[in-house]
Design a protein around this ligand. Structure first.
Ligand SMILES: [Zn+2]
Ligand SMILES: [Zn+2]
Length: 333
């Protein structure tokens, strides 16, 4: 008899997730199976569930901020043993031989596979993952507080690095990624300027509590010129807003996987060697660098827990901005 597990499954985009019994997956060569302890909820999960991203696996189990323990090993796995505590991030597999993979940009590989999107993810009791894309979790974090590090932290960190050496850093959209990156920025003595939806006083207070020098609405001009800005909110209209806030030579980093259309804007606000760029996915090197830095910087995550079967509620609350920090699904029954 095949063993089964609980899984929150996306059968068709736009229809929400369904709680199903699914076969416990078996690890293939080079893979590990993880007994999931918890899985954080990312804005990208919303884009998967809403059908904003092309060609998802159908049906698919979302979730790419997985924390758990290895409970089975496929063939040819080295470096891990049963019982190891690991995280499974968004980048699940790459080809290993294209110009991107061999040039330090595996995040851009055309053959890449993504956890919880083109591969089944962690909104379930078990997940299988390529051992090479599985990351050990630093001891300083318990399972729940580690989960948001796996994407909000990792991809947020890649966006932060792309923003360059920016003593005055703007962050547009103060959710899960921003709350982690603000702490890294403070640790590195940068001034953080947080932009939220207008009227989100709770979000602005949360940003100030994490050391933001200023917090206000996205339509406001910050009290000083920014050296760089990171846009975590999926709102194209923030691109011209951020360009107006950064100094000459400054960079605006679009950190989300999906964004509404960017409205046309006058060349004046790009002039002066301002740069707009996107950040796509993560590399394993980003993961390793960030997971070394986070405990050193004393990064703490603010989490809001839901049971696995409440995944749709967690997604709805994320959409409505109902909590500060990150939502985490816990598998305990
Ligand atoms: Zn490749
Ligand atoms: Zn994510």
């Amino acid at each position: 008899m095949t063993e089964t597990m609980r899984a929150m499954v996306l059968e068709s985009p736009g229809q929400g997730l369904q709680l199903r019994r699914a076969p416990v997956p078996q690890p293939g060569a080079g893979q590990v199976r993880v007994r999931v302890s918890c899985c954080a909820v990312c804005r990208t999960d919303l884009h998967v569930v809403d059908g904003d991203l092309p060609r998802p696996k159908r049906p698919v189990i979302p979730g790419h901020e997985v924390v758990g323990r290895i409970d089975a090993l496929g063939g040819n796995v080295s470096g891990f043993k049963i019982g190891d505590r690991v995280g499974v991030p968004w980048l699940g597999h790459t080809c290993g031989h294209c110009r991107y993979c061999t040039g330090g940009q595996e995040n851009l590989c055309d053959e890449a596979a993504f956890t919880g999107y083109t591969l089944d993810g962690g909104f379930a009791d078990y997940v299988v993952a390529d051992a090479h894309f599985t990351l050990p979790i630093p001891d300083e974090y318990d399972d729940i507080s580690a989960a948001p590090l796996m994407c909000a932290g990792l991809i947020g960190y890649r966006a932060y690095v792309m923003a360059g050496d920016a003593p005055a850093l703007g962050i547009y959209g103060f959710g899960a990624a921003a709350h982690i990156i603000a702490q890294i920025a403070r640790f590195e003595q940068r001034h953080v300027f947080a932009f939220t939806r207008s009227g989100d006083e709770e979000g602005q207070a949360f940003a100030r509590s994490l050391g933001a020098a200023w917090a206000g609405s996205s339509h406001e001009q910050p009290p000083e010129e920014l050296d760089a800005a990171i846009i975590f909110a999926p709102v194209g209209a923030l691109v011209p807003a951020a360009l107006r806030a950064v100094r000459k030579g400054g960079v605006v980093v679009c950190a989300g996987i999906h964004m509404s259309d960017i409205p046309s804007f006058s060349y004046d606000i790009l002039w002066g060697e301002r740069v707009v760029r996107s950040v796509a996915n993560l590399t394993r090197a980003d993961g390793e660098a960030f997971l070394r830095l986070a405990p050193k910087a004393g990064v703490r995550t603010s989490t809001h827990c839901y049971r696995l079967d409440q995944a749709n509620q967690a997604l709805a609350d994320l959409r409505d901005g109902k909590f500060a920090g990150a939502a985490v699904l816990t598998m305990a029954e």
